[in-house]
Design a protein around this ligand. Structure first.
Ligand code: NDP
Ligand code: 2IT
Length: 451
């Protein structure tokens, strides 16, 4: 058995019920096993065994009271996975599907993603099975306060710096930060994704979506192509999807879809600025659904249908796809249909949205395929820039932050390609991202000794 196979087998045995974590570990281990021959010290120092075990897992009770006076209890998590190269860093997800396995997969991916950003950031993730949908602002506030009443003792600007993810946006970060500030009596860069008035960074809301498009543009450039005049599909309709669409529009792309967990819109004419403004108003201010957006513009809406099924069933054609909703949204059959209908560039805005079968289809068909840990790293990278600005007690203008974000995405792209090439996997962004991220963290772990 190779080292990688041994580790995968152990994780499958120990964490048998954590399907997404096993999936993420398997993919990374399969990529990084090639480093063993050049780095025997990784095996000697047990780096592979140690990197799949979180440094610390915190699970806690989050009791809160709804507007009718009824008590609810949710479960809170923070997984501090690895801080070899910097303080733990990663988002908080509030979604009913959250469990320990989901948070561990996200925290594990975050280690390699954060290493790729070129910034000193360790990997972590947290969240709760709380569902903000349908809750009043006051209910969300009380939940966030209760969540922080436990979390505050485990985090800090130099310890662990949470941010947003699914279900956690500017409203939630505001309530969480307000609670932290009160409990700790300090005003510090302990969370990112803050509003501008209290220490946030320009471009952080846009960063994940913009970064995903910048990464895709770099991939297209390797084939001498640009985005102008192309057609793209985007899944999801939240933070990442919205700013992916915005950047694609700026680059002259026809964007023909959005979705949420209730349904899908296909709009062959494509988005324009007014339509995107309307979508943002419905989603962000009115907290409405994609269905409301479709109704307002009389667009074809597929109720109860996942976007990738709709694209397959309707034979929708596109050049590029941006899966930007959630893990394992895109399976092998739907990947096959995408490719058959002309799609040859995939940039993942979400974390692990393509199943292993879908990834295999992309590789078999020579698709330009970027895994989330490379293409969506612009979000956490800009969180890193927010941390720098907080430490400097300064703020950069949007051009400055966007320029840095763009440069970071270019270096991630370059580093993925060169790491893949160096290990005989030329053009494979999955192997490149895993190897490049891993090498940085593993070397730091070796420097510290076994600890
Ligand atoms: P939001 O909460 O803003 O939006 C999430 C979107 O995905 C919504 O449209 C939501 O639909 C949809 N969605 C969520 N879960 C499901 C599901 N189970 N099935 C179908 N659709 C679903 O989150 P973000 O845009 O921030 O996050 C989207 C993805 O991007 C996630 O994978 C996240 O981990 C990743 N990501 C986010 C970053 C960030 O900076 N925000 C950075 C890097 C990655 P509905 O409203 O119906 O739930
Ligand atoms: O998945 C991710 O990279 C995020 N949700 C962003 C994390 C962050 O710390 O900005």
């Amino acid at each position: 058995m190779s080292v990688a196979e041994e580790i995968i087998a152990k994780v499958k045995e120990k964490d048998a019920h954590e399907a997404e974590f096993i999936q993420a570990v398997s993919e990374v281990m399969e990529s990084i096993s090639v480093t063993v021959s050049r780095h025997p010290e990784f095996v000697k120092d047990g780096v592979f065994e140690r990197i799949v075990e979180p440094n610390r897992v915190i699970m806690f009770k989050v009791p809160w009271i709804d507007d009718n006076g009824t008590v609810h209890v949710n479960r809170g998590f923070r997984v501090q996975f690895n801080n070899a190269i910097g303080p733990y860093k990663g988002g908080l997800r509030f979604h009913p599907s959250v469990n320990l396995g989901i948070i561990k997969f996200l925290g594990f991916e975050q280690i390699f993603k954060n290493a790729l950003t070129t910034l000193p950031l360790g990997g972590g993730k947290g969240g709760s099975d709380f569902d903000p949908k349908g809750k009043s602002d006051r209910e969300v506030m009380r939940f966030c306060q209760s969540f922080m009443m436990e979390l505050y003792r485990h985090i800090g600007a130099d310890i662990d710096v949470p941010a947003g993810d699914i279900g956690v946006g500017s409203r939630e970060i505001g309530y969480l930060y307000g609670a932290y500030k009160k409990l700790k009596n300090e005003h510090t860069g302990v969370l990112t994704g803050k509003d501008l008035e209290y220490g946030g960074s320009l471009i952080r809301p846009q960063a994940t979506g913009f970064g995903s498009v910048y990464f895709a543009a770099e991939m297209l450039a390797t084939r001498g192509e640009s985005f102008d005049g192309k057609t793209a599909v985007v899944s999801g309709s939240g933070n990442v999807a919205q700013f992916t669409i915005q950047k694609l529009l700026q680059l002259g792309v026809r964007v023909i879809s959005v979705s949420d967990s209730n349904g899908t819109v296909i709009d062959e004419k494509g988005f324009d600025k007014d339509k995107l403004d309307l979508l943002m108003d419905i989603k962000n201010n009115k907290r409405g659904r994609v269905k409301d957006y479709a109704a307002a513009l009389n667009l074809p809406y597929f109720d109860g249908k996942g976007i990738w099924d709709v694209i397959r069933e309707q034979g929708v054609k596109c050049d590029a796809a941006f899966p930007s909703a959630t893990q394992n949204e895109l399976d092998g059959e739907n990947a096959q249909a995408l490719v058959k209908n002309g799609c040859y560039c995939i940039s993942e805005g979400a974390n692990m949205p393509s199943t292993p079968e879908a990834v295999a289809v992309f590789h078999e068909n020579n698709v330009l395929y970027a895994p989330g840990k490379a293409s969506n790293a612009g979000g956490v990278a800009t969180s890193g820039l927010e941390m720098s600005q907080n430490s400097l007690r300064m703020s950069w203008d949007s051009e400055e932050v966007d320029r840095r974000l763009h440069n970071i995405m270019r270096s991630i792209h370059k580093n993925c390609l060169s790491a893949a090439e160096a290990y005989g996997k030329a053009g494979n962004y999955v192997d490149g991202a895993n190897i490049a991220g891993f090498l940085k963290v593993a070397k730091a772990m070796v420097s510290y000794g076994v600890i």
